[in-house]
Design a protein around this ligand. Structure first.
Ligand code: CTP
Length: 398
């Protein structure tokens, strides 16, 4: 996802410097070329050799290194697609806000005034809440720096409060969001549904399906990365909530209907990737159903077809559905596209290897109401989400 991207990772002298090793390693796994700059204080916490071993690149610790070729702080600033400073101490933040360049990292920042700079402050709560630190952060935001809000929890000094470096995965996700995707949904309101619904039989049992929510969550993450304001209405899954997305958890098809329809008119785009149960038990026992001799028959009622309802009420929204079939994929997808008044449908066959429930990949055919057909070969759900959202962005512009 970060293939071909040069990321300069600035590490300053706080206890969270050890977490920067994990950040470097995660960026590399995503394909980035990582160049680490450490302040003198950072070298008190972690050895430069750790970063050299992780990144395979020279670690820059001094402005005055006789073994360096060229002018390293200018060269690094020039080649950086983004600069991430994690952790960023109060001292570093003050230097950056004040335009001071007295070491390798601060001079690189000065030389990178046309680049994306992301900083992740980490310090004691009192220090973080100090007016001077807040004013400096405000100054940096005003100059276009992206400031990641610190997490709350137990700090190295023993106190509880705001000031912790967020988990490395969260910081890396933020970098991906800033870099990997074209910002072609800036300010758009996008509602995505994901996961299975559960239809209660009694307080112990329910009817559901195999959906894990991966496709819907990938769409939510990528839509957020493309600049959208995203609401994710999701059934029960084991997936982490996408950063910066408004997550609404639901259980049944009825809950999903309520939460989606309530928000429908304020949306620009609605994508229904959820696997909604088509049937629910007609009568829900309020006590556990006991075993009795013989068979148990459960009478089922239809649930609401949420997408069909949205299609009937459609005004300005771009409406997108999914369809999973075991036979006659395109024919069935076309029927759903027309029958539910959709702008686009993403169809996949459960019988194709690499597609379907629980896996990180999918194979999709996109059909639009204008008769366009795009066949997308097997790819990660994240990459497919980007293609789907790019197509939606063009429909939304029309
Ligand atoms: N869908 C919905 N509400 C339902 C059933 C489905 O909103 N009660 C949506 C799904 O989220 C998906 C699309 O409709 O975007 C197609 O779902 P699918 O299960 O493939 O098709 P159905 O319309 O349920 O038709 P069938 O079960 O006959 O294949």
């Amino acid at each position: 996802m970060l293939k071909g991207k040069n990321i300069v990772l600035g590490v300053t002298g706080g206890i969270a410097a050890y977490k920067a090793c994990d950040i470097a390693s995660r960026l590399i796994k995503l394909g980035a070329e990582v160049h680490v700059i450490m302040t003198r204080a950072a070298c008190e916490f972690v050895a430069p050799l750790t970063f050299k071993s992780l990144t395979g690149n020279k670690v820059h610790t001094s402005l005055f290194d006789e073994n360096e070729e060229g002018v390293p702080h200018i060269d690094l600033a020039r080649k950086a697609d983004a600069i991430l400073i994690a952790p960023a101490t109060a001292n570093f933040i003050a230097k950056a806000a004040g335009g001071i360049g007295d070491d390798m990292l601060s001079t690189t920042i000065l030389a990178a005034n046309d680049k994306k700079i992301i900083i992740s402050p980490a310090m004691n709560t009192h220090m973080y809440e100090n007016k001077v630190v807040q004013e400096n952060l405000e100054k940096l935001r005003g100059r276009g720096f992206v400031v990641i809000k610190p997490a709350t929890g137990r700090l190295a000094c023993g106190a509880e409060g705001v000031g912790k470096l967020p988990e490395p995965g969260e910081i890396v996700e933020r970098v991906v969001m800033e870099l990997a995707f074209e910002k072609n949904l800036l300010g758009k309101r996008v509602l995505i549904t994901a996961g299975p619904t559960q239809e209660a039989i009694d307080p112990v049992r329910y009817i559901t399906n195999h959906s894990t929510g991966k496709m819907g969550y990938a769409l939510a993450r990528v839509a957020k990365a493309k600049g959208a304001n995203v609401t994710l209405v999701t059934g029960k899954t084991n997936l982490p909530a996408p950063v910066g997305v408004d997550v609404v958890e639901i259980t049944s098809a009825r809950d999903m209907f309520r939460e989606v329809t309530e928000r429908y008119f304020e949306q620009d785009i609605v994508i229904k990737a959820a696997a909604v149960a088509d049937f629910k038990p007609k009568n829900v026992n309020d006590k556990k159903t006991k075993k009795e001799n013989g068979e148990l028959n459960i009478e089922l009622d239809r649930t609401d077809d949420i997408l069909k309802y949205l299609g009937q009420k459609k005004a300005h929204q771009v409406l997108v559905g999914f369809c999973m079939e075991t036979e006659n994929l395109i024919e069935n997808a076309k029927k759903k596209l027309e029958g539910k008044n959709l702008d686009m449908i993403c169809a996949n066959s459960l019988t194709v290897p690499g597609a379907g429930f629980g896996v990180d990949t999918n194979v999709l055919t996109i059909l639009t109401k204008d008769g366009e057909k795009m066949e997308l070969p097997m790819d990660t759900k994240e990459n497919l989400a980007a293609v789907i959202l790019d197509k939606i962005a063009t429909i939304n512009e029309q």
